[in-house]
Write a protein that binds this ligand. Structure first.
Ligand code: TYM
Length: 330
């Protein structure tokens, strides 16, 4: 069976619809027929200052949401990155394989460090993609299901794996990014030319899985629309409507063309009400399930500990091979 690995940061109380449609929905689908490893990347979350109580709460909330969204501990290995120290071990080796200029070209680093300013941006933000490469390569993953914003990090991972293999002998599987054509970038519903993001200051544009149905209904009904009145998919002219069409289509399973036909002659108001209905009814049982799971912390910890144990044993095999090929005395 082909291996799949992906990760998500526990950096907010709730995942948003972009995380689900761009990534986690594919994680759930790929559990069948693949050997899947899914990781809550708490070490990556430390690249920005974190409150200890919040980190703990959000790590557990991440686990509850992933399970509620359909990740099954019977089918997948669900684990917490910090419980598998091999990530740090291989992370260092990846840092030693990466050029300074190469790391400086990572667009997420450039964006985030320029927002934070040179004095507050951490070195960990700079080495973040090398830890991500380690996350993937430790499990010899064939596919990495992610949103479009992660493409460059997966490319770097491939480059590092190829470089290591050619210098030290075949050690790592070269991973492929698994990125959907349709939902790879869900945009903010208030600012539809910008990515929906956990770190967005304006929560009005972010549809959160853990938000109440009432709050999400209200948000979608007040989503930003475009000039004109026709419900047509046109990213350049109608970014707001196109984003809502993408969301509706991904959740309802209807094609964009069918939706355009369905709403022909109707206004934006009717369309937004329909999108709100689809989103709210889709998320209602998921939120309820996550809330229920969060009531039993022991059970969540049990699942994570079991996942981490399995992850450690797979990861150690890669560390052994890596060290051996590097000439480290074992
Ligand atoms: P993170 O935590 O920011 O996001 C988790 C996943 O959600 C996707 N995503 C989106 N997809 C579509 N539209 C959006 N608006 C949107 N926002 C987020 C992301 O692409 C991602 O797939 N660096 C990673 C975490 C990571 C990782 C890994 C991923 C660490 N190690 C190893 C894969 C493999 C990140 O920050 O994701």
């Amino acid at each position: 069976m082909k291996r799949v690995l992906s990760g998500i940061q526990p950096t907010s109380d709730s995942f948003h619809l972009g995380n689900y449609l761009g990534a986690v929905k594919q994680w759930v689908e790929l559990q069948d027929g693949h050997d899947a490893f899914y990781c809550i990347v708490d070490l990556h979350a430390l690249t920005v200052e974190t409150d200890p109580a919040l980190l703990r709460k959000r790590t557990l909330a991440s686990a509850a949401q992933l399970l509620a969204l359909g990740i099954s501990p019977e089918k997948s290995t669900l684990f917490v990155q910090s419980q598998v120290p091999q990530h740090n071990q291989l992370g260092w080796i990846m840092e030693c394989m990466t050029g300074f200029g190469e790391a400086s070209r990572m667009t997420q680093f450039k964006d985030k460090s320029s927002k934070a300013g040179a004095d507050s941006a951490r070195v960990g933000l700079f080495t973040y993609p090398m830890l991500q490469a380690a996350d993937i390569l430790l499990y010899q993953a064939h596919y990495v299901p992610v949103g479009e914003d992660q493409r460059q990090h997966i490319e770097l991972t491939r480059d590092l794996a190829g470089r290591f293999n050619s210098r030290y002998g075949n050690t790592f599987q070269l991973p492929e990014a698994y990125i959907l054509k349709t939902a790879a970038k869900i945009n903010d519903i208030q600012e539809p030319t910008a990515k929906m993001s956990k770190s967005s200051g304006a929560v009005a544009g972010v549809i959160e899985i853990m938000d109440t149905p009432e709050a999400n209904l209200k948000k979608i009904k007040s989503a930003m629309t475009d000039a004109g009145r026709e419900v047509k998919y046109d990213v350049a002219e109608k970014p707001g409507i196109s984003n809502l069409l993408t969301i509706h289509s991904a959740l309802s399973g209807k094609s964009i063309a069918d939706l355009e036909n369905e709403f022909e002659g109707k206004g934006y108001g009717d369309f937004k009400s329909a999108v709100a209905e689809v989103v709210v009814e889709y998320l209602r049982p998921i939120r309820a399930k996550a809330v229920e799971l969060l009531e039993d912390e022991e059970h969540l910890l049990d699942i994570l500990h079991q996942g981490s144990e399995k992850a450690r044993s797979v990861a150690q095999q890669t560390i052994d091979a890596t060290y051996k090929n590097l000439g480290v005395v074992l």
